[in-house]
Design a protein around this ligand. Sequence first.
Ligand SMILES: C[S@@+](CC[C@H](N)C(=O)[O-])C[C@H]1O[C@@H](n2cnc3c(N)ncnc32)[C@H](O)[C@@H]1O
Length: 214
Amino acid sequence: MQAMDMFDDLLTSYLEKTCDVEPAWLQHIHRETYIKETRPHMLSGHYQGRLLAFLSKLVSPHRILEVGTFTGYATLCLAEGLAEGGEIHTIDNNVELEERVRGYFESSEWSHSIHYHIGDAVTLVPQLEGPFDLVFIDADKKNNGLYYELALEKSRRGGLILIDNVLWKGKVVGDAHDAQTQQIAALNKQLGADDRVDKLILPIRDGVYLLRKR
Ligand SMILES: C[S@@+](CC[C@H](N)C(=O)[O-])C[C@H]1O[C@@H](n2cnc3c(N)ncnc32)[C@H](O)[C@@H]1O
């Protein structure tokens, strides 16, 4: 193992020990995702999950939108901050996960607050009615620009938009020329100059863009 990787592992473990514990239902999803899925690292995980829950509790949202449900880990983190009677809409196009993820949602305390939509987010996001107080964009990166514009249009003033994986393993600050890195770097540049929002990137895990609608 390289020294930098060892430091990253130690730091991650330290950050996980010094934040709130991962709730039991999330530990269960975490474990099953790592046993059953081929790309389990897509799940937000303990530390980023606590960040999502923390931000959601600060916003106390009535309406949340998540683009990219995967196994529902982040959905349940975000749901922790829902205001009384609030709801979260989450979208994924992976039909194979539907039964298991519905099971997680139905056995949670937010079973009546979660609206799980199966289909292409490019088609479904425009059909969802706003306004949203909190949006988490974490699906196909090539459509992030589109999801961001739709999220902004459907957000209330002061609403928070989060975009995951914006540092792309640090490649956005290097000289990587692959199309995916260039596209993420181009959107970051565009967002950095967008005067419709307050914004900053939190260098947590793969980078989370925080954007607050002015
Ligand atoms: C990184 S994972 C989401 C992880 C989840 N938000 C979490 O933090 O635990 C990305 C998900 O987006 C879904 N996805 C990719 N493209 C999509 C699209 N066009 N419409 C809907 N879902 C999509 C994938 O099926 C995958 O489950």
